[in-house]
Each structure stands twice: as structure tokens, then as C-alpha cells.
Design a protein around this ligand. Structure first.
Ligand SMILES: [Zn+2]
Length: 155
């Protein structure tokens, strides 16, 4: 195993808050699924473009302040965004965050702290399903989930 961050990931981490960078650096040593940081700090223009394309629902993103990263599974030499390999990446971020005492929120389950979610990839997959069910029961028609997204949170 023993993955390490590539040059592209390190470039994207420039301007990201040090405690979040520390989580990423720990997570890459723990993960069973390689990942690449495809986005860290964003400019307002980049955020507006993502909004236009429907890739985000906010202009007030944590990416604008260096409080968020997107970690995409790295498969066969390139980042590949799909759900199944995202769960072990999230499990590694959770383990790193708990170990370092950094509170994180994950785009798979927006209404809980990642630190308080269960530890395994399988349990995290179930937690995402439970989140979607919870939001739909609350009357939300389309539930936005963002598996690669991790951000610093107060709670
Ligand atoms: Zn993001």
C-alpha cells in the first residue's frame, strides 16, 4: 500500500488551512484506496463557473477560504469520481481527523460531523443512504451529496 500525494495534489493543497492539509497527509498514509486532491482553494470566478455547471449549490463555498478539499479516488493513473471507491477514502479521512482531533464535515453526510460517523467504508456507505433518506423524509426533493468533498467544521 503506502500511497503518497502526487505533484498535482500538493499543488492543489497550496493555500489550504494547515490543519486540513495535515489530515490529507495523514489520510494518504492510512487509505486502502489511492486518491488525488483535485481541488483545494478556489477563486470566486472558479466557484461561479462550478455553480453555472451545476457542480455546486453555493457561491459561499468553504473552498474559497481554504477550508475544503476534494479528494477523488485515483484509479489507473487518473482521478475517477465514482461512489464505491469513495467510501474507503472517506474512512481514511475520518480516521485521520479523529487521530489529529480535527473536526471535519463530509459531503456524503452534510448534517453530521464525519468524526462522529462509523469507521468502516461499508458503514459510511450506509450512513450516506441514511442521510439521503432523512433529507427526503424532510421534504427535500433532490438531495445533493458530494463524496469527494471534505471541509473543516466548527462542530
Ligand atoms: Zn468540494
Amino acid at each position: 500500500m503506502a500511497y503518497q500525494l502526487g505533484a498535482g495534489s500538493l499543488r492543489e493543497l497550496q493555500g489550504v488551512k494547515p490543519q486540513l492539509v495535515a489530515v490529507v497527509q495523514r489520510a494518504i498514509t492510512l487509505t486502502t484506496q489511492d486518491f488525488s486532491i483535485t481541488d483545494g482553494l478556489r477563486t470566486p470566478a472558479e466557484q461561479a463557473e462550478l455553480m453555472r455547471r451545476g457542480a455546486t449549490r453555493t457561491l459561499d463555498s468553504k473552498h474559497l477560504t481554504g477550508d475544503a478539499v476534494d479528494a477523488v479516488p485515483y484509479i489507473n493513473g487518473r482521478p475517477r469520481w465514482e461512489w464505491p471507491p469513495t467510501y474507503p477514502v472517506a474512512a481514511a479521512f475520518r480516521a485521520a481527523a479523529v487521530e489529529l482531533g480535527v473536526r471535519l464535515r463530509w459531503g456524503g453526510v452534510w448534517d453530521r460531523s464525519l468524526n462522529d460517523l462509523p469507521a468502516t467504508a461499508e458503514e459510511l456507505e450506509a450512513a450516506v443512504q441514511a442521510y439521503v433518506t432523512r433529507r427526503k423524509r424532510a421534504g427535500q426533493k433532490s438531495v445533493f451529496i458530494d463524496g469527494p468533498h471534505f471541509e473543516l467544521s466548527a462542530a
